[in-house]
Design a protein around this ligand. Structure first.
Ligand code: PLP
Length: 382
């Protein structure tokens, strides 16, 4: 037996309460019994999204919601601006190109975040651009983009702002109505404490106005049809019944903790990991770290691919490594979703032990201790 720990930025661990909720017998989805649970979950999602808009629940991974945003709001040949600061930004562009949109790529060096002034300049330079597509957290580089600042620019123009908040929603607040985000997207297996399989998408009036004009080129991800079904507390096709049970439970747990406390926990865990990795001499991959996860460069002498593999297969601790040009060079430590203080201690201690095994000089406890110094403020003994 080897106990395993999931410290990757998605999928993330699922709480026992959610697992138990999902173990209930499957009921038929066209029943008042299911509709009640579904409607409760959909209503609770509005609090999480900080919006009065409806949240559409799709049975798909997060990318399904990304695809549905593009497919429902734009016609062939329309121009969109894609902020490409990593793998997920690139995905926006690939989806848009798959639907024959004209993509203006704003390519950003890995580790950098979008500069709102550059977005403004790009929109000024080309009034044909109908939309800006971005991530709240670009998970491949662990970078947080300045969403509020970019929304300031788009909301005064006829330009939709579409945010992939798959590793943002539930990590930090993205009040879509207050900020003027037109479409906000989330997925189940990151901060939502659920298994993979659900995606969430909210459109504001501006975005619906566009969707109402555009002829759908797809069938399954038809948001207008889903909006109509949502009014009747149902979905167009068979929903992932068990995951909806889990969703309601996970949202209940977040409400019990309270959202300010959820966000504060993410901040604290992030700080602890940064203090710990810094004490081990590991440099962050960016100055713009998201509260969702922390990416750090591994020592040059360490084979990063092997490092992550040894941690996973021999130590039982799963982290994410790097992608593309950062493959084998970085490690990404997740702290989004169902994570507590002592998970970060496991993260630090397992990295210390792996560094030691890879011949890198380590003072055992240095990273753990630095993390503890941050985390101690989280506890008060009365
Ligand atoms: C995980 C993730 C996605 C979605 O990936 P799926 O595999 O489709 O769920 C999209 N964007 C970001 C930023 C992510 O981290």
């Amino acid at each position: 037996m080897k106990k395993s720990y999931l410290l990757s930025p998605g999928p993330t661990p699922v709480p026992e309460r959610v697992l138990l909720a999902m173990a209930q017998p499957v009921i038929h989805h066209r029943t008042p019994q299911f509709s009640k649970i579904f409607a409760e979950a959909a209503e609770k999602l509005k609090t999480l999204f900080h919006t009065k808009n409806d949240i559409i629940i799709l049975s798909s991974s997060g990318t399904g919601a990304m695809e549905s945003a593009v497919a429902n709001c734009f016609a062939k040949g329309e121009k969109v601006l894609v902020v490409n600061a990593g793998k997920f930004g690139e995905r926006w562009g690939k989806i848009a190109e798959a639907f024959d949109l004209k993509v203006t790529w704003m390519n950003i060096t890995w580790g950098e975040c979008a500069n709102p002034a550059d977005v403004k300049a790009a929109l000024d330079a080309d009034p044909e651009i109908k939309c800006v597509l971005i991530q709240a957290t670009e998970s491949s580089t662990t970078v947080k983009h300045p969403i509020k600042e970019i929304a300031e620019i788009t909301k005064s123009r006829d330009v939709l702002f579409i945010v992939d908040g798959i590793t943002g929603v539930g990590v930090f607040d993205i009040p879509m109505d207050d900020w003027g985000v037109d479409i906000l997207i989330c997925g189940s297996q990151k901060a939502m404490m659920l298994p993979p399989g659900l995606a969430f998408i909210a459109l504001n009036d501006r975005a619906w106005a566009r969707a109402d004009k555009v002829k759908n080129t797809n069938f399954y991800f038809n948001l207008k049809r889903e909006r109509k079904n949502l009014k009747d507390k149902t979905t167009a096709f068979t929903p992932a019944v068990s995951l909806i049970y889990g969703l309601r439970e996970a949202l209940l747990m977040m409400e019990e903790e309270t959202y300010p406390a959820v966000f504060a926990r993410h901040v604290a865990l992030g700080k602890a990991v940064r203090a710990g990795t810094s004490a081990l001499g590991l440099k962050p991959v960016t100055k713009h770290l998201s509260e969702a996860m922390t990416g750090v460069f591994l020592p040059e002498a360490v084979n990063g691919k092997k490092f992550v593999k040894v941690l996973r297969d021999d130590f039982g601790v799963t982290f994410a490594g790097g992608q593309d040009s950062w493959e084998g060079k970085i490690i990404r430590i997740a702290h989004l979703g169902y994570f507590g203080e002592f998970d970060m201690v496991i993260a630090m201690s397992s990295i210390e032990m792996a560094l030691d095994k890879f011949g890198h000089p380590v003072k055992f406890g240095a990273g753990v201790g630095a993390a503890q110094e941050i985390l101690r403020d989280r506890f008060e003994v009365k």
